[in-house]
Design a protein around this ligand. Structure first.
Ligand SMILES: [Zn+2]
Length: 165
C-alpha cells in the first residue's frame, strides 16, 4: 500500500494511548461535549466525530454501554443507535450533500476495529471521485476541511434536524 502524507493521524499513531476506553471516557464527560466532538446524545447512545477520520464528516455512534458485540445490546440500545444513524444521515445530507454513505461496524481486530471492546457504528459520507472504502481504511485520506470547521457545521445541523423531529 502506497504511503500518503496524512498529518492528522500522526498524533494518533505517535501519541500516548489513553488509559482505559476513550468511548467510555467521552460518554461520561457530558460537560466536555464540545471539545470531545460529541454532537448528539440519546438515552442509550451518542454521536461523535471521528477525530482521525477516513473521510471528511466521518461520524461514530456508540452505545454508552461498554460492549463488544451486537448480541450484548438490548432493544432500547439498538433502537437509539439506529435512530441516531438515521439522524446522522439527514444531518450529513443537509450539511455536506454526500452522494452516498458507508455505514458499518468492525467487530474484532481482524475486521479492522481500532477500539475492539466498545462497539461503534461508523458513518462515512462518500462523494463521487473519492477513493474506495478499502483505500480509506488504509489511512490515506486527505481532509480538505478542518475538523473544527466541519464540527461546527454539523453541530448546527444536528440542532436544526432535532428541532424538526
Ligand atoms: Zn468503553
Amino acid at each position: 500500500m502506497q504511503t500518503i502524507w496524512a498529518p492528522w493521524r500522526i498524533t494518533y499513531i505517535l501519541g500516548e494511548k489513553e488509559q482505559g476506553c476513550f468511548l467510555c471516557q467521552k460518554a461520561r464527560q457530558v460537560e466536555h461535549d464540545e471539545e470531545n466532538f460529541v454532537l448528539c446524545r440519546k438515552t442509550h447512545a451518542f454521536v461523535l466525530m471521528n477525530v482521525y477520520p477516513y473521510n471528511n464528516g466521518h461520524l461514530m455512534i456508540a452505545p454508552y454501554a461498554h460492549v463488544s458485540s451486537l448480541t450484548e445490546l438490548h432493544h432500547d440500545q439498538l433502537e437509539d443507535m439506529f435512530r441516531l444513524a438515521q439522524l446522522c444521515e439527514s444531518v450529513l445530507t443537509l450539511v455536506m450533500q454526500p452522494e452516498g454513505f458507508n455505514i458499518g461496524i468492525n467487530l474484532g481486530k481482524v475486521a479492522g476495529a481500532g477500539v475492539e471492546d466498545h462497539l461503534h457504528l461508523h458513518i462515512v459520507p462518500r462523494w463521487n471521485g473519492d477513493t474506495n472504502y478499502m483505500t480509506t481504511i488504509a489511512d490515506t485520506r486527505i481532509i480538505p476541511q478542518q475538523l473544527e470547521e466541519t464540527c461546527e457545521l454539523l453541530r448546527s445541523g444536528f440542532l436544526l434536524e432535532q428541532k424538526e423531529r
